[in-house]
Design a protein around this ligand. Structure first.
Ligand code: PLP
Length: 451
């Protein structure tokens, strides 16, 4: 095998990585991953690493699932590609569409396939605007999203997203997309109970609707739990109030379940957990456990009826919409999820266990706040603890303590992500209780050493 230095030099010479400072990476030296098994990865130097992020929130079933690679291989041998345009379909795409309709929340009988979560959110933008055009309300054009949301990297995806760094590059957001604040209790909930704060944070949506003009608002989009924004778990009052407000003004709801779909919260879709009745659900990542790119939109009846009944051709689609190999991988991933009762285990056993073990970290002097939901969790690093969670003293952001911690974790055998000074995890859903113990011990050791 090529040695690490050769790989690094070649990488730097030719490979522009996503979300990466190329020059700085060249100086630092990229890490080369070569193999995965279960919840562990191995790099080119033979180091074993516990993957606390399921790759990029996607390898929910862990690495080395032979039956997925077999399904992919067999489909490649049978029919590696045929498009879904021009009156054709393929067997895995049909089967997957039917399967998704069976496992989705009630009222979702149709699916539109894409190659990624970003493309799926672009599809949402076009679909909701098409819906309102067909309803004779073309002025309903504006989509409301949230700051710090992540909805992808395409022009529409990044515009829906609320990442300042992304908006600052390339003239985003595109017209007709506006943002409200995220329901971050730690940031904005001082003086309120979590439940009170949930109602308060939802009221920002109503303010924005009134500001834009209710007759001009097409949809609200949100991740049930904001992932890349730092695992922001909303108070239980937040989503029901959002639902009430959207119902009041007839606004569509798009639940972006790219991270939360396929069991991460202990429900197949987190909309079920938070009491959201979305009109459209974005999915990607976990649908194939990340083994092959695939995304899509689950289309609820309200939209499907109009789109199909009155719409004629929806002039939108991708070469790889309904790619047979990706759909075969998804069918096998969902079969495994069901056969091994993984979602149920996260809900009833390993999720609550992770919550309990992860919460023990909050006794550490560096940890101001630790919370989780199913198999996503996060903790906030603080310089000095205050008497309440709103009274902590934080590190100077310039010190980038989270990044220091992340680097240290990696060198000590675990992948954890840093969003500012919030350290987050989203481990593979197959993790056992013993592996949860191992992970929490690794995190504690890292915190001890950083302290
Ligand atoms: N939506 C959410 C909530 C995501 O977390 C992501 C990716 O992390 C996306 C959309 C974009 O998906 P993709 O990277 O497959 O385009």
């Amino acid at each position: 095998m090529d040695d690490t230095k050769t790989m690094q030099a070649s990488d730097h010479a030719h490979y522009l990585h996503p979300f990466t400072d190329h020059k700085a990476l060249g100086e630092r030296g990229v890490r080369v991953m070569v193999r995965g098994e279960g919840i562990y990865l191995w790099d080119s130097e033979g180091k074993k690493i516990l993957d606390g992020m399921s790759g990029l929130w996607c390898v929910n079933l862990g690495y080395g699932r032979h039956s997925i690679s077999k399904a992919v291989f067999e489909q490649m041998e049978t029919l590696p590609f045929y498009n879904s345009f021009f009156n054709t379909t393929n067997v895995p795409a049909v089967k997957l569409a039917e399967k998704l309709a069976r496992i989705a929340p009630p009222g979702f009988e149709h699916v539109f396939f894409t190659g990624s979560g970003s493309e799926a959110n672009d599809t949402n933008v076009r679909m909701v605007r098409r819906y309102w055009d067909l309803k004779g309300q073309p002025q309903r054009h504006t989509i409301i999203s949230r700051f710090n949301a992540y909805h992808g990297s395409t022009m529409a995806g990044a515009s829906l997203g609320g990442m300042e760094g992304m908006h600052a590059q390339g003239g985003l957001p595109i017209p007709g997309i506006v943002h409200i604040r995220q329901p971050n209790y730690l940031e904005a909930g001082r003086g309120m109970s979590e439940d009170e704060f949930g109602i308060e944070a939802a009221s920002w949506l109503e303010e924005k609707i009134l500001d834009v003009g209710p007759e001009k608002v097409a949809a609200f989009i949100g991740e049930p739990i904001q992932g890349a924004g730092g695992v922001v778990i909303p108070p239980s009052t937040y989503w029901p109030e959002i639902q009430r407000i959207c119902d009041k003004y007839g606004i569509l709801i798009i639940a972006d379940e790219v991270i939360t779909g396929f069991g991460r919260t202990g429900q197949m879709f987190a909309s079920e957990l938070f009491g959201i009745k979305p009109d459209l659900i974005t999915f990607a990542k976990g649908v194939t456990s990340g083994y092959i790119p695939l995304g899509g939109v689950l289309v609820g009846e309200r939209v499907a009826e109009v789109l199909i009944g009155q719409g004629g051709e929806f002039a939108h689609g991708f070469t790889y919409s309904g790619h047979p190999v990706a759909c075969a991988a998804a069918l096998e991933s969902i079969r495994i999820l069901e056969e091994e009762k993984i979602v149920q285990r996260v809900r009833e056993d390993t999720g609550p266990y992770l919550a309990q073990r992860f919460a023990t970290l909050s006794d550490h002097p560096l940890v101001g706040y630790a919370n989780s939901c199913g198999f996503v969790a996060g903790l906030n690093l603080v310089r000095r603890k205050g008497p309440t969670i709103h009274g902590h003293e934080y590190f100077d952001p310039k010190l980038e303590v989270g990044m220091v911690c992340r680097g240290y974790m990696f060198n000590n055998g675990m992948i954890m992500r840093a969003v500012g000074d919030r350290m987050i995890i989203a481990p593979p859903l197959i993790m056992t209780r013993g592996q949860i113990d191992e992970m929490v011990a690794l995190i504690r050791r890292c915190l001890d050493d950083t302290y």
